[in-house]
Design a protein around this ligand. Structure first.
Ligand code: 5GP
Length: 188
């Protein structure tokens, strides 16, 4: 076990900006980087497995965990609650692992308050038009949910200046390399 604590990396960005894919690339290609699986009250999508993409929990359990102060951060995103368990992150950091969170902007700003040396990275789409196209092509959302995601995207983009780094995901390979280089730069 390393006696040096790991670093916490936070990626955020609008739904459809490609965070999920970039996260997968980072986790597959960077040694010593682990992902912290969030809790959510949202229902699993087709193919999602409890404990893999998320821990899918009830509203009641989520509220209990808030009251027990178990979350490093949590937020109400779109129409559900999402949160990161404090104990998971601290355990990995103390074991010398670098930890990656993929969370929304409200959550990222809470992390910054609590862990001041966390590295905040915003993943932006090349344009709002492209974002809408990607969300439509995904066919995972209802029209109502899609509109909600688009209006949230506009608000999130306004907060990107609060992040340490902004990566524009126009070309996946380029963005993926940028993210990898950035994480490796801090892994010294
Ligand atoms: P989705 O429902 O598409 O999986 O995720 C919706 C949004 O919730 C994404 O912007 C994602 O980054 C955010 N999210 C996922 N997990 C967490 C979390 O633990 N905390 C916060 N604050 N946001 C999260």
């Amino acid at each position: 076990m390393s006696n040096k604590s790991g670093k916490l990396f936070v990626i955020s960005g609008p739904s459809g900006a490609g965070k999920g894919t970039l996260r997968e690339h980072a986790l597959d290609n960077i040694e010593n980087l682990v992902y912290s699986i969030s809790c959510t009250t949202r229902k699993p999508r087709d193919g999602e497995i409890d404990g893999v993409q998320y821990r899918f929990i009830s509203h009641e359990k989520f509220k209990e965990d808030i009251e027990k102060n178990l979350f490093l951060e949590y937020a109400h995103v779109h129409a559900d609650f999402y949160g990161t368990l404090k104990a998971d992150v601290i355990k990995e950091l103390n074991a010398g692992k670098n930890v990656l969170l993929e969370i929304d902007v409200q959550g990222a700003l809470q992390v910054r308050e609590k862990i001041s040396d966390a590295i905040l990275i915003f993943i932006a789409p090349p344009s709002l038009e492209e974002l809408e196209k990607r969300l439509r092509d995904r066919h995972t959302e209802t029209e109502e949910n899609l509109n909600l995601r688009l209006s949230n995207a506009k608000k999130e983009l306004e907060l990107k200046d609060k992040y340490d780094y902004v990566i524009i995901n126009d070309d996946l390979e380029t963005a993926s390399k940028e993210l990898r280089d950035l994480i490796l730069k801090f892994d010294k």
